[in-house]
Design a protein around this ligand. Sequence first.
Ligand code: 3EB
Length: 329
Amino acid sequence: MLRRLFAHSAHLERADAACVLGTVCFGAVTERSQQDPRLELRIPLDLLDNERPCADFWLGAAPARVERIAGVDVATDGELLFGWVQIDERAAGGLREAARQAYAAIFGALDGSQCVHPLRFWNYVPRINQPQDGLERYRHFNIGRQEAFLAAQRAAFAGAPAACAIGTEADKLAISFLAAKDAPTSIENPRQISAYHYPSEYGPRTPTFSRATLARKSRPTLFISGTASIVGHSSLHPGDPTAQTAETFVNLRTLVESANTKLARSALALERLVYTVYVRHAADLALIRKQFALEVGEHSAAALNATFLRGDICRAELLVEIEATGTAA
Ligand code: 3EB
């Protein structure tokens, strides 16, 4: 079973510390954690609430071992595997090529591991909304990503893993990932056109991700991709962070219901998921947080554990994007 924990590393219990598959630290982290530095990725997205924990820990069921496979450091408990790669796009020859190389490296590592099936990717893309050579950088990224999936003969359309793509001010493209021994089930949202089928007005190659994946081993775990105020393929409620948050929750609720239908029981609930909320403008935090609390319940575990990060989202008009993970009760 996988657990996701937001915590200060100092607060991690010793038994849990042995099971850490990976740590993603946000904001201006100055302390060094006790984790193996090979497992720790630092992402320069500011935390919008400094009272909240600063690192995202992914814990496996058993003590993790760190291995270097095909040049990529990964940690695994045999069932699950976590890793990350960072690539300097100048050295790679541009963002498109950096995305291609990063995914080629990741698939090479997965092919050499016991956990060949990716569940979830996190893409941290430098200056995601800036134009370059007449095309938004996110669209360049999408070209390289899809090329890499196809070259590795990985599912780039139906059956793609869950993902998010968030803009940073970093120099390097950073991609972290979770993979498993068993293939997950992909879940789409009937309210939205699958991202891998978006029309060409959103770029020459479509984004390679499913709306969610469900890992069904023992305690099922749901990974919901970055989810926004999109219905069909259109962004709704421009300029209205409250309405965008509410629309995003209609999408999140739909995905949780689909997962429960697949599990043939109501094992997952919005109030019990662990959320990361990406906010484009820090000034919108209060409105987004208020609607978020209305949706998940003000005093729910979800409201208590959510992390709000300042980050750019892959369409300029989107003000908020929400990802969630949950383990079935
Ligand atoms: C969307 O639904 C919003 O390119 O990996 C969400 C999740 C989004 C993942 C990605 C993009 C990605 O299209 C953006």
